[in-house]
Every structure is written in C-alpha cells, then in structure tokens.
Design a protein around this ligand. Sequence first.
Ligand code: ATR
Length: 287
Amino acid sequence: MIDGKTRLCGLIGNPVEHTMSPVIHNTLAEKCGHNLVYVPFLVECGRIAEAVKGAYALNVLGMNVTVPYKSDVIGSLVEVDELASHIGAVNTLVRTEDGYKGYNTDMTGLYRAMTSEGIRIEDEEIVLLGAGGAARAVAYLCGAQKAAKVYLLNRTLEKADKVAEEVNNAFGREVIVPMLLTDYPKLPERKFLAIQGTSVGLAPHEEDVVIEDAAFYQKIHTGFDLIYKPFTTRFMRLVREAGGEAYNGLKMLLYQGIIAYELWNRVEITEEEAGLVYEKLKGNIGK
Ligand code: ATR
C-alpha cells in the first residue's frame, strides 16, 4: 500500500523504459516489508543537475543513474565514493544530510556476482576484452581487488594504452598490460579468467564475438561476459566448447541493484532474497 510514509527511489537516465531495475527494487521492498517504491524517471538532455536537485528537494531516498548521465551527475553530488571517483562514473546516489553521495555499484556488483559464483580476482591472471566505459571500470576493479595481471585486449590499441596508464598510475604498479586484440596468440601459455567487456555480441547481434579462434578459448578456464541479452552469448558458448565455465552479466545487474538497495535502506540482503530476485529477472528476460 502506498501511504503517507512511502519512500521513493528511482532511476534517472535517457532512455529508461527498458530498465529492469524496478523489478529488482520493488521485489526487494516487498520481500523485506519496506514501504518503498521505485520508478523510472526520463531526464531530458542537459537537465541532470536540475533533476538531482529536484529529487533531493522532494525527499527522494536514493537514485540510480544510467546512460548518458553516469559521469555528468558527479558535478551535482556532495561526495563521491573512492572507487566511483577513480572510475569517473556513478550509478547510485545515496541521500545524506546535505545532498547525495555517489557510488558505483556496477563494479561492486560485478565483484559480488563473481564472488557468488566462486570466481576470484585476487592474485589471478586475467584477460579483459575491451577498453570502453565498461571495460575501463572492470580494469579499475581488478586493480582495486589485487589481480596479479590483467591483459587488456582492445581493437584500438591507443584506448587500451590509455586505460592501462590510468589504472597503473592509480594503483602504483604495472597491473594492466595493454595489447592489440589481434595479438591474443602472444598471451602467455596458461589458463586465464576472461572478462568480456565489449559491446560485441549484444542482442540483436547475437552471433558476433570479438575473437572467433578456438585456440584463444583453450586459454580460458572461466569466461564472464558482462552481456546478459542474449542469456548465453556466443563468447560463452565458445568458452564452454573449449571446456571452460561461462557466466553472463545478469548477476552483475542483480547485485548492482542489491548493493544500491542495501545502501539506501541500511540492510543486508540475504543470498536467499537475492535468489528470489534473480528468478524474477530471469522471468523478465524470458528465461
Ligand atoms: P561501453 O560503455 O559499453 O563499454 P563503449 O565505450 O562504446 O561502450 O566501448 C565499446 C567497446 O567495444 C570498445 O572496447 C570497442 O573497441 P574500440 O575501443 O576499438 O572501439 C569494442 N568494440 C565495439 N565493436 C567492436 C568490434 N566490432 N570489434 C572489436 N571490438 C569492438
């Protein structure tokens, strides 16, 4: 029941109509018995500062932020969490006494998704595909979580070089090794955790994949694709065909939402509750 005590959370972005975040947060509110509703807000180009100010004035408890405002929103915040600040992108606003504080739960969500599947980053040798916004954030996460080495493979070497320089400077060690995508045969002879952070293979281009060569997949013990549409990407299929384990990005979506919900409501969501939300998300994408 919506009543006089109902708290409001929401998503700001453009577009917002395809979001699954309302499923995550409204399900959690129901399961936890919190008097809270979560709705999408379409914010027109150039109006992000007004939107954040207005949300605060309206006593909105928390916000998620999506494309294209994850960087632009930072100028409207009173504080930014350290990891989000390094990454330069915020997806969660938490109400404080004098304004909103920004977090990046996309990355802490990816970390929790990996941990829940028993995948480690610490001391691991990792292959990261891509050097765009998403992959750059993963590179920071790997640095922060003490990966042994991250081979960052990208079609455009200059972008891989730039990400490597930034992350290596931030952590004071040569954790990221930039490489041209086509140079994958030069990877050391061992098995890696591979994280697929490019936009290649995203529906409707489901048959696309950054690297086709089966020899590359022989070097992967675990593949994690940030994409969850389709549910099984071509990258995942190739990893499995070569005998590795493969995961999609749906649990990353799940946990970025769960961590935001925990920050807003100062609660801890159990793995059982997380599982219920995960089933709803799967239902939502027809799985
Ligand atoms: P996002 O914010 O989702 O990361 P992005 O910043 O546009 O999106 O980055 C897209 C990533 O996918 C980049 O690493 C891009 O490679 P380039 O830096 O060379 O552009 C990669 N990508 C996109 N299409 C690709 C393709 N056909 N082959 C290889 N890589 C591709």
